[in-house]
Design a protein around this ligand. Sequence first.
Ligand SMILES: C[S@@+](CC[C@H](N)C(=O)[O-])C[C@H]1O[C@@H](n2cnc3c(N)ncnc32)[C@H](O)[C@@H]1O
Length: 316
Amino acid sequence: MSSVISARYMTWAFERSLVDFAPVHEPVMVEEVLEALRPEKGRFFLDATCGTGGHSLAIAERISSEAVLVSNDWDRSVLEIAKERLLRQNKQIVITNFNFASLNNISAASGIRKFDGVLADLGLSSFQLDDPRRGFSFQSEGILDMRMSDFLSLTARELVNTLSEQELARIISTYGEEKKARRIARAIVKRRAKQPISTTRELAEIIEKLGVRRGRIHPATRTFQALRIAVNDELGNLERFLSNLPQFVAPGARVVIISFHSLEDRLVKRAFKAWAKEKKGRVLFKKPLRPSKEEVSRNPRARSAKLRSFIFESER
Ligand SMILES: C[S@@+](CC[C@H](N)C(=O)[O-])C[C@H]1O[C@@H](n2cnc3c(N)ncnc32)[C@H](O)[C@@H]1O
């Protein structure tokens, strides 16, 4: 009896398509992205961090039939969902699976040398954050993994169990901007001497016991952010992406970058300033755009988003 029920369910599920049941990430600041990127105008677009495809879908709806959108992500698992959602659009869309730091690979795989618009929506998608098997969240039990891509081999579990106390403190302080980094590193080293730390809850409890809560955020928030940045070399990748980008944009190209913490935003701001100084183009907004109150109340994960945009010089 139960097999009949499951078979019927599966038929129905496939008729609807599996993607209709997949948890997808809610894209942030969509209207602001479209206004800055102007996808209806150019020919070649790159969504460097496509995730489950929210922004890519919005861009795909607006590009012309001659235009091509390259939707890229480092994480193969999100692309499975993005692919199904995007292929429903009757537009030219190429899906690639590279670290955005290697723009040369994205360019070679898509056959596009120069993009008219590039979007990078940095960080993690809800799809990744909410999956306990990925180990990004201290709110659910999972193996301390935190790798954004299966191209990576070193996990957060290896970092917390093998790095020296000084190195752990440096990572937690620099990437987490955590004032209690030395105390946290000391507690980690003390605990792992008894037994290796394997799970997200084990690490969170070590930090909770120290009573280092600051304001309303959970005391483990900054340490988890720091480990995630270290495992994925997020700042190194962003720096390489920004330094390679000018070679891969067409005259008049528009670049939009959304960041979620001050370390990323600082790198974006600095790169845009340097490009403007080199007369490559101009910064579109003096101050980064922030999500509206309505958006934050609808989607609290948007609350720390900062959107910056740069327009490259058109040919004269
Ligand atoms: C905030 S999510 C993007 C969500 C997406 N804009 C949407 O609307 O669904 C960030 C994405 O960036 C990807 N990512 C992070 N670092 C990356 C890198 N170095 N190269 C390519 N993708 C990366 C993550 O895997 C994640 O899917």
